[in-house]
Each structure stands twice: as C-alpha cells, then as structure tokens.
Design a protein around this ligand. Sequence first.
Ligand SMILES: [Mg+2]
Length: 414
Amino acid sequence: MKIRDIRATTVTVPLEAPLRHANGCHWGRFVRTIVEMETDNGLIGLGEMGGGGESAEAVFRAMKPYLVGHDPARLEEMRFLIANPTASLYNNRTQILAALEFACLDILGQAWGVPVCEILGGRLRDHVPFASYCFFRYPDPRTGNGEVRTIDQVVENARALKRRFGFTTHKVKAGVFPQDYELEVYRAVAHAFPEDGVRFDPNGVWSTEQAIRFGQAIEGLRNDYLEDPVYGLNGMRRTRQMVRVPLATNTVVVNFEQLAANVLDTAVDVILLDTTFWGGIRACVKAAAVCETFQLGVAVHSSGELGIQLATMLHLGAVLPNLSFAADAHYHHLTDDVIEGGLLPYENGAIRVPDKPGLGVKLDREKLREYSELYQRLGGYPYDQDPGRPGWTPIVPNGRWADPKDDRPVKIPY
Ligand SMILES: [Mg+2]
C-alpha cells in the first residue's frame, strides 16, 4: 500500500460564543485544516490540524513530494522523513507530522479492519469521560446571547453544561481577569458542585509568587490539579514545593526532552497529552508509558478540535492504562461538525470510543463544502488577539487584565 495523494481543506466551524483565554480569544469560530490522504488502493485517511486561527493547507501541499509512494504503515520512517529532530530546528513540523500520522493510522485501521485503538495496544475502555471546560465568553455578536463574565454566569454555565452533557468534572479556563476575581469564580464553581472534581487553568500567566498564593488558597477544594499556573519548569517546581495541590501542564512538558527533565527533577505531577502538540497519537502513548514508569499522572489535552481530532483523543484515551482524569475537549462549544452524523454525542459526561475501522469517522462532503466556503468568506482570525481589546498584548507574567465589570458587546465580523 502506497500513499498516492494528500489534500487539505481549511474549514471554519462556528462556536456557540467567542471563548476568552489568557492570550486572546477564539473569535466565535474554529479554523481547522482537514487532511485527506489517499492510497493506491483507494483508501482515504483523515487528519486535522489547528493553526491559531489560520489555514495550514500550504504546508500539507509541501509534504506531498515527501510522502507520495511512501507506505503509510512506516510511521517511524515518516517521523524521520519529515520531522527529524535536528532538521526541525529549521522547519518545526511536529504538528504537521501529527495530522499525517492520524491519516496513516486511519488508513491502516481501514486496511486491517480494526479501530485505531486496537492498533495502539487495544482498548481498555469503551467511553472516555470529559470535563465541562468552562470559559469566560463574550456574547455571540449575532444574537447577544451566551455571555459568561460574572461569577453567577460562570456557575450557571457550568450547571447548564452538566445538565446537558452530564459532566462530573469542571475545568475553569481563566487567566483573563485579575487573580482575586478568578479565585472567587473558582471557589464558587467548586462550592456549587461539592461532589464533582474541579481544575483551573490560567495558561501560565502568573508570576511564581502569584501561582503559590493562588495554589495555597485553593488547597482543600476538590482539585484534580492546578494547570499551568506559571510558565516554565522552574516556576512550576518552586510552586510545587510550596503548594499542596498537584500541578499539571500542557505547555512546559510537550516533548520527550522536557519529559526527561521533569522526571529527573520533578516540576509537574500530571502531563496533559495532546495528540497534535506531541506529534501524533503514538507519541502520546509513548509519553504515557514514561509517565506510567515514573508514576506521573496523565490526562488528554484539547487544543481545539473537530470530530477527526476528537477521534484521535478518544482512541488515545481508550488505550492509556494510567488515564485517571477526565479528558478536556472544546468540542461541546461547537455548533456543528464536518463528520457524517454531525457532532459525536456525550453520554453521562463521556463520549463513546468509535468502533468502526480506522479513526471511525467519515467526512460529510456537504458540511466540508459549507464550512470551507465559510472559511473563504471570513478568512482566518488572530487567536492571540482579543477583539474586545484592540492593541492589547499580554506579557508573561501578565498584569494587563480585562475588567470583569466591562460588559460592552464585542464586534466581530461574520
Ligand atoms: Mg492548559
């Protein structure tokens, strides 16, 4: 079996409302590049990549001369072919490798008649539980609905997500407003759901001393972990020495060099594995095995996904023996998907691991066309800019907070 063609299509899929984060905002939509890899026996494997609001089509076109004629089963060969670690100093293709690995695994699963998780060691579970992933949100500029800014709005949003999807873990995504305000928000969520797990992620915006202050203040809550309170392994290490809450990261341990450093001198307790950031599902499985060896925790990270990427997260979650936390997904903030059947459903806060061969999801051609046209009409957007604060740039550690009393509507072109 040989790769015959690689195609890429950029799509824009609307979110229920713009999602605010420490570096800016998801401007009411996700821009994702959908990859189709075709083999000489007519199979089509699917991949997906983000890109901070921009299209990544061109880079997949550039990979075609490398990969046409290549056997999709030779995944380790492909890793060195397009993402050799020293060549990556110049071209940094880890995320591209990930999307192509998804497509290869999808092809192999179809060719061999098994779901991807059965290639990766075999499923240990049929459902992967997810956290509610609560964001501060601007109101949808088209309807004026969906704002999440006040403490009551955050708690009500978490209640609504729990009612609708069945979540028993709540993640508060923060780093937007001053720390004292966000501490009040987090306490309110923890107290609203005394039997549920909670986790907090300010995306590394605080100083180490601020991280210690916040971490000490939340001791005693039902914390899964405190995620990236400060940016950098040494800041995390100093925080960990002073705080009795496990620390997690999806920013400072995202490759094997950093994982080795964290094993030798531990700074982080829980490694959040992202199938894109790490360069594929298999890299995450390897990293999870290192974490199992050294008894570090793991969870499944979300960098924003449509159904293809979500399938990679489900197959990963299915095979990790040491997955002891609910996964994260932005998925329930989407209004639609490009896969057949539309959005994959949640059942009791979990999503069923696909059991069809390969990734187990297929493109809905009509949706692909619709959302490709939407991308062509709207273009990209700067993920690291806030449409409500033109000219604003956060620094690290940050002090340029948004005002929680500011309820001006935001203008975003649609
Ligand atoms: Mg995070």
